[in-house]
Design a binder for this molecule. Structure first.
Ligand code: TYD
Length: 216
C-alpha cells in the first residue's frame, strides 16, 4: 500500500504523515515513512541545492530535472524495494508535487513533466493521495511561524515565492484531484490537527486487512 500526501507549504502535511504513521504502527502495521525531495543520501544533497535561497538563478528546467533526479534515486533505492517487501509506505510529496509546482505554477510543459514522472517512477503509483487543501494565507503564515519556531533564518526558495505562485500550486493540485477522484482524497487543512488525523484514518481503515495488522 502506497500513500502520498500533497499540499501547499504550511498545509500541515508533515504533521498528518506523523499521525498516520503512528496510527498504523499502533495497529501493528509494518509502515515506512519517507519524503521528497531528500529521501535518500544522494537526495539530501539535491534537496540542499533546491531549497538554498542563495540559488536565485536556478533555471526552471534545471529545477525540474533536479526534482526528477531526486525521485529517480528515491524510487530505486527506497520505494521499489520497500514496497516489494509488502510494507506500507507513506510518502510526504511525490509525482503530483512536480506537476503542481514546476508545471502549474512554474509553467514548465505539463506533457514533458508527465513523461518524466512516468520514466522516473518506474510504474510506482500511489494507491491513495491525500491533498491537504488550505488557503494560501493560512499555509504561508504557518510556514513562517514554523521557521521562526525552528529559529531558521529567513525563508527557503519556495517560501519566498509570491502569493500568486502558491495560488497556482493550490489550483493545480485541486485540478489534478478533480481529474483523478478515485485516487485523491481532498481534506480541509484548516481543521484542528487531531480531528483531521481522524478524518484521514477513516479513509485508510477500509484498506486494512487482519494480515496487515500482524494478525494473519
Ligand atoms: P517539503 O519538504 O515538502 O517542504 P514543506 O514541508 O515546506 O512543504 O518540500 C520542499 C519544497 O519542494 C516545497 O516548496 C515543495 C517543493 N517541491 C517541488 O517544487 N517539486 C517537487 O516535485 C517536490 C517533491 C517538492
Amino acid at each position: 500500500m502506497f500513500i502520498t500526501f500533497e499540499g501547499i507549504e504550511g498545509c500541515g502535511k508533515s504533521t498528518q504523515v506523523n499521525y498516520l504513521v503512528d496510527g498504523l504502527e499502533n495497529l501493528g502495521v509494518s509502515v515506512f515513512s519517507t519524503f521528497e525531495p531528500g529521501g535518500t543520501k544522494v537526495g539530501q544533497g539535491i534537496r540542499r541545492i533546491l531549497l538554498d535561497s542563495q540559488n536565485r538563478n536556478l533555471s526552471p528546467l534545471a529545477e525540474l530535472l533536479l526534482y526528477a533526479a531526486d525521485r529517480a534515486q528515491h524510487v530505486e533505492e527506497v520505494l521499489k524495494p520497500v514496497l516489494a517487501q509488502g510494507k506500507w509506505v507513506v510518502c510526504d510529496r511525490y509525482l503530483d508535487a512536480t506537476l503542481a509546482y514546476q508545471g502549474y505554477a512554474r509553467g514548465q510543459e505539463i506533457g514533458f513533466i508527465k513523461a518524466l514522472n512516468q520514466r522516473v517512477s518506474r510504474g510506482i503509483q500511489p494507491d491513495i493521495t491525500f491533498l491537504i487543501d488550505c488557503p494560501v494565507s493560512v499555509g504561508i503564515k504557518r510556514a513562517l511561524d514554523r521557521n521562526k519556531a525552528m529559529q531558521e533564518e529567513g525563508q527557503d526558495r519556495f517560501e519566498r515565492e509570491r502569493e500568486e505562485f502558491h495560488n497556482s500550486v493550490r489550483k493545480g493540485y485541486l485540478a489534478m484531484a478533480e481529474e483523478e477522484p478515485e485516487r485523491f482524497v481532498v481534506v480541509d487543512g484548516t481543521f484542528e490537527e487531531k480531528a483531521l488525523a481522524g478524518v484521514i484514518f477513516d479513509h485508510i481503515r477500509p484498506f486494512l486487512s487482519p494480515e496487515d495488522c500482524g494478525g494473519g
